[in-house]
Design a protein around this ligand. Structure first.
Ligand SMILES: Nc1ncnc2c1ncn2[C@@H]1O[C@H](COP(=O)(O)OP(=O)(O)OP(=O)(O)O)[C@@H](O)[C@H]1O
Ligand SMILES: [Mg+2]
Length: 1137
C-alpha cells in the first residue's frame, strides 16, 4: 500500500483551496471539477472538508484506508472525511475537547453518508473489547432503523433524510465509546399521507410489504401489493438500486442488535400496518336532517382490520371519525364531521401515529444506547440534518427545513467568518476586513420573536376567530413587507406587484442558498398540528400497549384544555437548543456539495456546483483562511503544548506565557512572517508551520516518552531493585539470624561438648590428680608400708639373719659337731668295720678254716640248719610285720594284711580267723545279758531262716521286741495277762486263717515258756491255749509271707480242734522264739521247723493242703489266702521286689 506522507504528494489539483492560486470562483470550481473527475471527492479549505457526492461507491473507505488515516496529522495525507474524523476524535481523546461534526449541504449532497462514514471511522479506531464492540454495533445499527422510518425517496435524493438527526456519541477518558444519545428534529410527517410526484412515502412501508414473510403480512392483515394502499404513491414505488426486501431484513436485524424485543418489533410493525390501513379508510357523505353532511365510513373492512390490529373498539374509532367534541371550560359540544373533515381527521391521525411512532423509536433507541455510567463523558456530536431544499411546491416542512439550514449556515458564518475576523481585530492583528454575506438577517426574518414569520404564524394560530392560511399570509405581507429577504405579491413592497413568478397564495424568502417560494396553504394547520381529542382518546382506549403510550393525552385523567405548543414553536426551541449545544463544542465542518441534479456519477454540473459554492460561502471561507491564520491558540496552552521543543521553556517557563512562546518561536527559528502575536493568542499563518511544530512535538514526545519511559523504567527498576535490596536485606537478615542462630546453636552445643569435654577432662584430671593423690597417698602408705615392711623385713631378715646366723652357728656347730661326730662315727665305724671286718675276716677265716677242717662233717646238716634259720628269720619277720599291720577291732572290718609268702597261706588264714574270733569274743564280752539274748535270738533266727525263707532278710534289721501289745501295761489286756501264769515272751496280734474261706480273723497271740495262747482280739478272752509240748512242728513257706502253721501232736488234747494256720508280721520272731524255748527247755525236744511251699494242715478231721504261689502284688504287699477247694488253700504271695 502506498502511503502518502503529505497532502501535496501526488496531488490532483489543489487539495487545500487555501493554496489555490490564483483564487477566483472559476479556479475554485475548476479545481473542484478537476479533482472530482479524478475521483478526489474531498478537498479542504483549511480544516473544512468539502465533500462532493460521487453517486457511486469509491474504494476509499476500506479498512486499509482507515488504518492509513489513523493517528495521522490532518494535512499529512490527501483530503478525506477520515482525516477530519481522526482529527476530531484525537482532539476529543487527547485534548479533552468535546467535538461536533457539522455536516451541511443541500438534499442529496451526501450528508447522511458522510455522517455514517465519520461514525464508522470512529468506531473502527476507538477501543476494542466485547462491551465496547457491542456499544459500537448498537450505535451504528441505530442508523438503518432510523433511516427506514425517517428517510424517503424524494426527487433530490433516493434516501433523503426527512428528519433532523443529531447524535451525541459519548466516550470515556480512554476514548472508548460508552453510548450515545440521538435527538431528532421534526419529521416531515405530511409525507405519510401525501407525497409529491416522483417521491415515495417513508421506506419502511415499502420494505414491510416487500420484505416481510407471508405469515407476517397475514398477521398484520396486509397485502403485498402496494397499489392496495392509498398512502403509498405508486408511480415511484420501486426505486432502482434500492432493495426494499433486503433492507427490511437489515432493519429487523438492526432492531434486534439495538435491543428491540420481539414483541416491540411486532408492535411497531402493527402500527406501520395500521397507518396503511388507516389510509384505506374512506368516507361517504350522509345527509342529516339539519341539512348538514355527515361522514360515514364507506367500507368498514379496513377500519375493522385496523381496529383488530390495534385492539381498538371499532365503534369508538368510527364515532371519532364522524364526530368531534369540543370542550370549552365546563362545556362539551359535539359536532359532526363532514367527509373532508373526516379525511382531515384520518390523515391527522395517520401523521400523528407515524410521527409519534418515530419519536418513540428514537426514545427506545436512546434507552438501548444510553451510556451506562454517570461519569463525565467526552462527547462527539454528529449533526445530519435535512439539507436545504427547493421543491416545486414548498410547504411548511421545507420552510422549517430551510430555516434549520439557515441556522447552521449562521453558525458556520459565526464561527468561521465573523468570529474569526473579529478575533483578529480583538487580538490586535493587522487585518483587512473581508466581506461576506451574513445570513443572520434571514434567521431574524424567520425566528424573530416579535415579527418573525414563525411568531406571526403562532400568533395567527392562537388568534381567536377565523384563521386561515390567507389571513396568515396577509399578516406576513403586513409585517414582513419591508424585509429585504421577504417577497410577496401582496406585500406593500410594490417591487413584486408584477412578479408573475410569485403567486398570490405564496411568499418567497431569499435564503442564503437561494430564493424559495413557499405556498402558504397548510401552514396554519401544520403549525397547529391538531389531532381531535376524540381520536387521541380512541387511541388511548386501544388494547395495545404501544398505542396507549403514544397518545398519553387521550387519557381521561389528563384532560388539558391548554393548546399544545405549535410545531413551529417547538422546532424553533429545539433548533435553538441545538445551536447552543453546538456552540459549546469544537466544530468540524463537512460541507457537502451535490455535483448534479440527476443523482448520476461523473456528471459535474458547473452551474449547480457554482450555486452551492456561492451560497455555502466557500469562497469567503477560503479568503478568510488565506488572509488570516490557519491556526491560533492562547499562549498558555500553546506554551504548554510546545514547551518541550525549547530548552529554555522546558520543563517550566517561569515568566509570562507570551514571552515563553516568543522564546520558543525564536529558538525554533520559525520565520517571522509565519506567525503573529495577538493579545492573548499566537496566530500561525500556515498549516505547514503547525505541522512543523506538531512534527517536532511528535518527535520530541517520542524522545520524552522514551525519557519518561527511561525514567519510569529506571524508577521501576530502582524501586524493584530497592525492593529486592530491601527484601534481600530482610532475607539476608533473616538468613543471617538463622545462620547465626544455627551457628550459635552449633557453637553452643560445641561449647557444651567442649565444656563437657573440658569439664570431663578437668574432672578426669582432677580425678586423676585425686586418684594420683590417693595413689600417692596409697603409694606413700604402700611405700611406707613397703618401707616399713622392708624395714621390718630387713629388720626381720636381720633378725632372722641373726637367728639364722645363730642357727647357722648352731647348725654349723651342729653340722660341725655332726660332721665331727660323723667323722668320728665314720672313723669309729671304720674302725668297727675294720674291726668287724677283721672279725668277719677272722670268722670267715675261722669259718673257712673250720669249714676246711670240718668240711667233711658239715655238709650233711648245714642245709637243714640254714633252712631252719631262714625259716625262723622269715617267720620272725612275718609276725613282726603282722603285728605292726594288725586290722581294727571291729568284727565287721574285713581288712587283713596280705600274706608275704605263699607257704604261709594256711597260717595266714588261720591267724586271720583266730584274730576275728578273738576280736568277736572281745566284742561280745562288752554285751549285757539282754542284748546278748537278743543277739542269740537273732542268731538263731539266722540259723533257722537264712537262705531258707525270703522273708528273713527283712527281719534282720527289725529288733525282736517280744511284747508288741505291751500286755502288762495295757489295762485292756490286764485280764488276759493275769490269766496267763507264765511270763509272756511274745504278745502280738496274728490272723487266724479260717479254713472255710481262707480269710483271716485277728487273734491275740501270746507265747510263754510253756504255751501258746490265742485270745480274742477285742475281748481278750482266751480262745485256745496250746502247751508247747503239744506242738509237733511249725510249717512256713519259703516265701515272703507271714503264714505259719502250728501243727499239733496227734492225739494231744489240743489237737482235737486241729492245727492252727496263722499269719503274722513277726513270723521270724515268733518261730525263732518258739524254737528257742524248745531249745532251752530241757524237758522238751526242739520244735521242728518245716520250710516248704506246700504243706498239710490238719483241720479237725480233714487235712488241707496249703499251697504258696507267686502272685501278682494285687493286694499290696500282703499275701492273700484263698480257699480253692476243700483240700486246698492257696496263698498268693506277692513277688518280692
Ligand atoms: N461518499 C459517497 N460515496 C458514494 N455515494 C454517495 C456518497 N455520498 C452520497 N452518496 C450517494 O448520494 C445519495 C444521497 O446521499 P445522502 O442521503 O447522504 O444525502 P443527504 O445530504 O443526506 O440528503 P438529504 O438532505 O436529502 O438527506 C446516497 O444515497 C448515495 O447514493
Ligand atoms: Mg440525509
Amino acid at each position: 500500500m502506498e502511503v502518502k506522507t503529505s497532502l501535496l504528494d501526488n496531488m490532483i489539483g489543489v487539495g487545500d483551496m487555501v493554496l489555490l492560486e490564483p483564487l477566483s470562483e472559476d479556479s475554485f470550481l475548476e479545481n473542484l471539477k478537476n479533482r472530482f473527475d479524478h475521483n478526489e471527492i474531498y478537498t479542504y479549505i483549511g480544516s473544512v472538508v468539502i465533500s462532493m457526492n460521487p453517486y457511486r461507491s469509491l474504494p476509499i473507505y476500506t479498512p486499509d484506508k482507515v488504518e492509513e488515516y489513523r493517528n495521522r496529522n490532518f494535512y499529512e495525507l490527501s483530503p478525506h472525511v477520515y482525516a477530519l474524523a481522526d482529527e476530531a476524535y484525537r482532539s476529543l481523546r487527547d485534548q479533552d475537547k468535546d467535538q461536533c461534526i457539522l455536516i451541511t449541504g443541500e438534499s442529496g449532497a451526501g450528508k447522511t453518508e458522510a455522517s455514517k462514514l465519520v461514525m464508522s471511522y470512529v468506531a473502527a479506531v476507538c477501543g476494542k473489547g466485547q462491551e465496547v464492540n457491542k456499544v459500537k454495533e448498537q450505535l451504528l445499527q441505530s442508523n438503518p432503523v432510523l433511516e427506514a422510518f425517517g428517510n424517503a425517496k424524494t426527487v433530490r435524493n433516493d434516501n433523503s433524510s426527512r428528519f433532523g438527526k443529531y447524535m451525541d456519541i459519548e466516550f470515556d477518558f480512554k476514548g472508548d465509546p460508552l453510548g450515545g444519545v440521538v435527538s431528532n428534529y421534526l419529521l416531515e410527517k405530511s409525507r405519510v399521507v401525501k407525497q409529491p410526484r416522483g417521491e415515495r412515502n417513508f421506506h419502511i412501508f415499502y420494505q414491510l410489504l416487500s420484505g416481510a414473510s407471508d405469515d407476517t403480512l397475514k398477521k398484520l392483515k396486509l397485502d403485498r401489493d402496494f397499489s392496495k394502499y392509498n398512502y403509498l404513491s405508486l408511480d415511484s414505488a420501486a426505486v432502482s438500486g434500492l432493495d426494499d426486501a433486503a433492507n427490511f431484513r437489515t432493519v429487523r436485524n438492526a432492531m434486534q442488535i439495538v435491543g428491540f424485543m420481539t414483541d416491540e418489533v411486532q408492535s411497531v410493525l402493527e402500527l406501520v400496518a395500521a397507518v396503511l390501513k388507516l389510509g384505506n379508510i374512506e368516507f361517504k357523505p350522509e345527509s342529516r336532517c339539519n341539512g348538514m353532511d355527515e361522514s360515514r365510513v364507506k367500507d368498514k373492512n379496513d377500519l375493522k382490520e385496523m381496529c383488530e390490529l390495534l385492539g381498538i373498539e371499532q365503534a369508538v374509532l368510527e364515532r371519532a371519525f364522524s364526530y368531534r367534541t369540543v370542550e370549552a371550560k365546563m362545556e362539551k359540544v359535539s359536532t359532526t364531521l363532514n367527509v373532508s373533515q373526516a379525511y382531515y381527521a384520518r390523515d391527522a391521525l395517520a401523521k400523528n401515529l407515524y410521527s409519534r411512532l418515530f419519536s418513540w423509536l428514537v426514545t427506545r433507541i436512546n434507552e438501548s444506547i444510553r451510556a451506562g455510567t454517570k461519569a463525565r463523558h467526552k462527547v462527539m456530536g454528529v449533526l445530519d440534518i435535512y439539507g436545504f431544499e427547493i421543491f416545486e411546491d414548498n410547504s411548511f416542512e421545507q420552510f422549517i427545513i430551510n430555516y434549520c439550514n439557515e441556522k447552521l449556515q449562521q453558525i458556520f458564518i459565526e464561527l468561521t467568518l465573523r468570529e474569526e475576523q473579529e478575533e483578529y481585530v480583538r487580538e490586535g492583528i493587522e487585518w483587512t476586513n473581508i466581506e461576506y454575506f451574513n445570513n443572520a438577517v434571514i434567521c431574524d426574518l424567520i425566528e424573530n420573536n416579535q415579527n418573525g414569520i414563525l411568531a406571526m404564524l403562532d400568533e395567527e394560530c392562537l388568534r381567536p376567530g377565523t384563521v386561515t392560511d390567507e389571513t396568515f399570509l396577509d399578516k406576513l405581507n403586513t409585517v414582513c413587507a419591508e424585509h429585504q429577504h421577504f417577497e410577496s405579491r401582496l406585500s406593500k413592497n410594490s417591487k413584486f406587484l408584477n412578479d408573475h413568478s410569485l403567486p398570490h397564495t405564496c411568499f418567497r424568502i431569499q435564503h442564503y442558498a437561494g430564493k424559495v417560494l413557499y405556498r402558504a396553504e397548510g401552514f396554519v394547520d401544520k403549525n397547529n398540528d391538531l389531532l381531535y381529542r376524540d381520536l387521541s382518546q380512541a387511541m388511548y382506549k386501544a388494547n395495545h400497549s404501544l398505542i396507549k403510550q403514544l397518545f398519553p393525552e387521550g387519557s381521561p385523567s389528563k384532560v388539558n384544555l391548554k393548546r399544545p405548543p405549535t410545531a413551529g414553536f417547538q422546532f424553533k426551541a429545539s433548533v435553538g437548543t441545538l445551536m447552543r449545544n453546538l456552540q459549546t463544542k469544537n466544530p468540524n465542518y463537512i460541507r457537502c456539495v451535490k455535483p448534479n441534479d440527476k443523482k448520476a456519477a461523473h456528471i459535474f454540473t458547473e452551474s449547480l456546483v457554482r450555486h452551492q459554492v456561492h451560497y455555502l460561502g466557500l469562497m469567503e471561507n477560503v479568503r478568510v483562511r488565506r488572509a488570516g491564520y490557519a491556526f491560533r491558540q492562547p499562549y498558555e496552552p500553546c506554551l504548554e503544548r510546545y514547551k518541550m521543543l525549547c530548552k529554555k521553556t522546558w520543563p517550566h517557563w517561569r515568566g509570562p506565557a507570551r514571552e515563553g512562546v516568543e522564546v520558543l518561536m525564536e529558538d525554533l527559528q520559525v520565520p517571522a512572517e509565519e506567525f503573529s502575536y495577538g493579545r492573548s493568542k499566537i496566530f500561525i499563518r500556515n498549516p505547514r508551520t503547525l505541522f512543523f511544530l506538531e512534527e517536532r512535538r511528535r518527535q520530541c514526545l517520542q524522545d520524552l516518552a522514551t525519557l519518561i519511559q527511561k525514567i519510569y523504567r529506571g524508577w521501576k527498576c530502582r524501586s524493584h531493585f530497592l525492593l529486592l535490596k530491601k527484601s534481600q536485606i530482610v532475607v539476608a537478615a533473616w538468613y543471617r539470624r538463622y545462620a547465626q542462630q544455627k551457628k550459635y546453636q552449633k557453637i553452643k552445643s560445641a561449647t557444651t561438648v567442649v565444656q563437657s569435654y573440658t569439664r570431663g577432662w578437668q574432672a578426669r584430671k582432677l580425678l586423676r590428680e585425686l586418684k594420683y593423690q590417693k595413689r600417692c597417698e596409697e603409694a606413700v602408705t604402700t611405700i611406707a608400708a613397703y618401707w616399713h615392711g622392708t624395714q621390718a623385713r630387713m629388720e626381720l631378715r636381720r633378725l632372722k639373719q641373726d637367728v639364722r646366723n645363730k642357727h647357722a652357728v648352731t647348725v654349723i656347730w651342729a653340722f660341725w659337731q655332726g660332721t665331727k661326730a660323723r667323722r668320728e662315727l665314720r672313723q669309729l665305724k671304720e674302725a668297727a668295720r675294720n674291726k668287724h671286718a677283721v672279725s668277719v675276716i677272722w670268722a670267715g677265716w675261722q669259718g673257712t678254716k673250720v669249714r676246711r677242717e670240718y668240711r667233711k662233717f658239715f655238709r650233711a646238716n648245714a642245709g637243714k640248719k640254714i633252712y631252719d634259720f631262714t625259716i625262723q628269720r622269715i617267720m620272725q619277720k612275718y609276725f613282726l610285720g603282722l603285728k605292726s599291720n594288725m586290722p581294727s577291732m571291729s568284727p565287721t572290718d574285713k581288712n587283713w594284711p596280705d600274706r608275704p609268702y605263699l607257704f604261709l597261706d594256711g597260717v595266714h588264714t588261720e591267724l586271720r580267723r583266730i584274730f576275728h574270733h578273738w576280736r568277736c569274743k572281745k566284742y561280745r564280752s562288752q554285751f549285757t545279758e539282754e542284748k546278748k539274748a537278743v543277739y542269740e535270738e537273732k542268731l538263731e533266727a539266722s540259723e533257722l531262716f537264712k537262705d531258707k525263707k525270703a522273708l528273713y532278710p527283712s527281719s534282720v534289721s527289725q529288733p525282736f521286741k517280744g511284747d508288741y501289745l505291751e500286755i502288762s501295761k495295757n489295762p485292756k489286756y490286764q485280764k488276759l495277762n493275769s490269766s496267763v501264769d507264765e511270763k509272756v515272751l511274745l504278745a502280738d496280734v496274728v490272723n487266724k486263717i479260717n479254713r472255710a474261706n481262707g480269710k483271716g480273723s485277728a487273734r491275740l497271740f501270746l507265747l510263754t515258756k510253756k504255751s501258746v495262747v490265742l485270745a480274742d482280739h477285742k475281748t481278750g478272752q482266751i480262745k485256745a491255749s496250746v502247751p508247747l509240748p503239744e506242738l509237733a512242728s511249725v510249717s512256713v513257706s519259703s516265701q515272703t509271707d507271714g503264714f505259719f502253721a502250728l501243727k499239733l501232736k496227734e492225739g494231744s488234747a489240743s489237737a482235737v480242734k486241729g492245727d492252727f494256720l496263722l499269719s503274722s508280721e513277726h513270723l521270724i520272731e515268733i518261730i525263732t522264739k518258739l524254737h528257742r524255748i524248745g531249745a532251752k527247755a530241757a524237758d522238751r525236744e526242739q520244735l521242728n521247723l518245716d520250710i516248704s511251699d506246700e504243706f498239710l494242715v490238719q483241720f479237725k478231721q480233714d487235712k488241707v493242703c496249703v499251697k504258696f504261689i507267686q502272685g501278682s502284688p494285687k493286694n499290696g504287699n500282703s499275701a492273700s489266702c484263698k480257699r480253692k477247694n476243700n483240700r486246698l488253700l492257696e496263698v498268693s504271695v506277692p513277688t518280692s521286689p
